[in-house]
Design a protein around this ligand. Structure first.
Ligand SMILES: [Zn+2]
Length: 141
């Protein structure tokens, strides 16, 4: 089961959307849902990176104490950690890519009434009268 696979197919099946406020809001909500669930997955990987790094540290120290620390002893850990970090970067990049595509569609659908409204903190455009918090920096609008 791949969350990111599902995200891609759900996005590509949504190319010709009606330029209405309803569609805009639905898309914005969908983007937020996707972002939240992807972040849950990404945070699990981040925790795994920390755990693996700490395992390397503990193993290295114990080998050092025994006077037999060499790179070969840690090769497996390094390999595993590198894989985890690659997965993390891959997922983060995919999420950014998906978020950009949503932003592009949202930009097209954005209601005219909200034009010109931007976050005072990070300048990210928002929907006036609808958005309560900035989706860019989280500050109150
Ligand atoms: Zn902001």
């Amino acid at each position: 089961m791949s969350l990111f696979g599902d995200l891609k197919s759900s996005l590509s099946g949504n190319q010709s959307v009606d330029p209405s406020l309803q569609t805009f809001l639905e898309l914005e909500q969908k983007k937020q849902t996707i972002y939240n669930s992807a972040m849950v997955e990404i945070q699990i990987i981040m925790a795994r990176i920390e755990k693996e790094q700490s395992a390397i540290g503990a193993k290295a120290y114990s080998l050092f104490r025994e006077g037999k620390l060499s790179q070969e002893e840690l090769a497996e850990n390094f390999e595993s950690l590198t894989k985890t970090i690659d997965t993390y970067e891959e997922k983060q990049n995919k999420l950014n890519e998906i978020m950009e595509r949503y932003d592009g569609e949202l930009q097209i659908l954005r209601p005219a009434s909200s034009e010109g409204a931007a976050c005072p903190n990070c300048q990210k455009p928002y929907t006036a009268g609808i958005s309560v918090f900035c989706s860019g920096c989280g500050c109150k609008l």
